[in-house]
Structures are given as structure tokens and as C-alpha cells.
Design a protein around this ligand. Structure first.
Ligand code: ZN
Ligand code: ZN
Length: 256
């Protein structure tokens, strides 16, 4: 199983892309601006999108993706895996014919380009040998992370956007293995007050929560605020040197 980081920044700007991970050639986790770098051949192979939550930096490319590929799917719709609350938000506020056409019914009812697959936390989707488990986190809107197991049994997990919680860490601890962890830390400690309002981690809160994790995975930090990347990394390395946290970068690739 291959993981390609299409985007992992907390913002935009030259060289920066917002959150999206491509698993092999057919599964996306989140659909941020990084998806726009894929070729047409790569775009039309996507058949599953797992959404962490409905903030725009994780969804910005979704309306444009479905509009681009709808007549290239050979009758196999893109399955959108998400919380029921997230589906309601997309129905009411995005695919509502005002902000964008409703691709849950287009191009024709009965053969729509997107098919919603509502998931409950704790449930596992099995897709051609790979298993993707939804794990709840804490954020400003209903949000989840995912734990992904490869055909060979290796595992990575992605927090999505989160602040202090027990559910994500307990969800990872109940399994015997975790090889790689992508976890967000959006703000530096000088923005601690803002991080609490926006319901994101800062180094102080993330390093405290990481004490709950019983595994020793490779740790990569995502969602860094543009301009503060180096400061956040230095604070994290000082707060949890035993974890050796590194920045995740757009273009990174992992084989599991
Ligand atoms: Zn968010
Ligand atoms: Zn975000």
C-alpha cells in the first residue's frame, strides 16, 4: 500500500496544499487543494473518498473533482464515506444548487457521480485488502480520524483536525500495531488561546495527549500554520523528544 501526501498544510501559498492523502490510486482521505495536482488519468481512478470533517480546507477540491470526472467513471460512482452530520452539511450548504450543483443526483438520478456511504465511528470499511477504520476526534464540527491497515497488516493513522481528546488515542491503543502516525498541530504555543477557540492542537496540548498513546510509531506533524512551521516543530521536538516528531510535507510518499 502506498500513501501519497497530496497536501498537508494549514493554508495556501506557493508550494503549499491543503489536506489530502492518496492511498494507492483509488482512495482519498480528504479532498483539499492538493487533489488539483493530480493528472486526469489519476483523477478518474479515485473511487472512495473518506472525509474527516466538513471544513473547506479538507473539501475544497471535492466539487471540482466530481464535476471534472463525472463522465469518466464507467458507471462506478465515487463513494463518499463520512459521518451523517457531515453528509447533512454537504447537502445543505455545498451541493445545494446554490454554491454547487447536487452531484448526489447528477448527471442523472440513479447513476449519480457521488454515492454517500454514511459511517459510524468504530466501523471499518474493507476495500480490496485495505481496511479503513473511523475514529472520533474533537474539533469545532463533528470530526473523525482514520486508521488504515494495508494488505500486509502494516498500519498508519491520521488524526484529521483535532484538539485534546481520549477517543482517538484509545481507538489506536486498542489495536496491537501502529507503524506511522500523521497528527495535526496547527498552531504554535504563542497561539494557544486561538488553538483552543479553533479546536486545534498546539505543541503543549499535543505533547500532553501523546502521553496517552501506548505505541511508538514514526510521528509526522500535519496542518502547520504557514509561516510558523519551524517554530511549531521546534516546540514539539522540545516537548516530546522521545517521539522525534517530523514535519509531513506535500509530495511525501510512504510504502506500507
Ligand atoms: Zn477543521
Ligand atoms: Zn483543517
Amino acid at each position: 500500500m502506498q500513501i501519497r501526501v497530496l497536501g498537508c498544510s494549514g493554508g495556501i501559498g506557493k508550494g503549499l496544499r491543503t489536506t489530502s492523502l492518496l492511498i494507492d490510486d483509488d482512495i482519498l482521505i480528504d479532498c483539499g487543494t492538493g487533489v488539483g495536482d493530480l493528472t486526469m488519468d489519476e483523477l478518474v481512478k479515485i473511487r472512495h473518498i473518506f472525509i474527516t470533517h466538513t471544513h473547506l480546507d479538507h473539501l475544497a477540491s471535492l466539487p471540482l473533482l466530481v464535476d471534472t470526472v463525472f463522465d469518466h467513471l464507467n458507471g462506478e460512482p465515487i463513494k463518499l464515506h463520512l459521518l451523517p452530520e457531515s453528509l447533512k452539511t454537504l447537502d445543505e450548504h455545498l451541493f445545494n444548487w446554490k454554491l454547487w450543483p447536487d452531484f448526489f443526483v447528477l448527471p442523472e438520478a440513479g447513476s449519480a457521480v457521488m454515492q454517500p456511504c454514511v459511517m459510524e465511528p468504530g466501523k471499518i470499511a474493507k476495500i480490496r485488502g485495505r481496511e479503513i477504520e473511523m475514529i472520533p476526534v474533537e474539533h469545532a464540527v463533528p470530526a473523525v480520524g482514520y486508521r488504515v491497515t494495508s494488505e500486509s497488516g502494516k498500519t498508519f493513522a491520521f488524526s484529521g483536525d483535532s484538539c485534546e481528546n481520549d477517543t482517538f488515542w484509545e481507538g489506536l491503543n486498542k489495536h496491537s500495531r501502529l507503524d506511522i502516525l500523521f497528527v495535526e498541530c496547527a498552531y504554535a504555543d504563542h497561539d494557544k488561546t486561538l488553538s483552543k477557540l479553533a479546536r486545534h492542537y498546539c505543541p503543549e496540548s499535543l505533547s500532553a495527549d501523546m502521553k496517552k498513546l501506548t505505541h511508538q510509531p514514526e510521528v509526522y506533524i500535519t496542518h502547520l500554520k504557514p509561516g510558523d512551521e519551524a517554530e511549531i516543530l521546534l516546540e514539539l521536538q522540545a516537548a516530546m523528544p522521545d517521539r522525534n516528531p517530523k514535519a509531513l510535507n506535500t509530495g511525501d510518499s510512504f510504502q506500507l
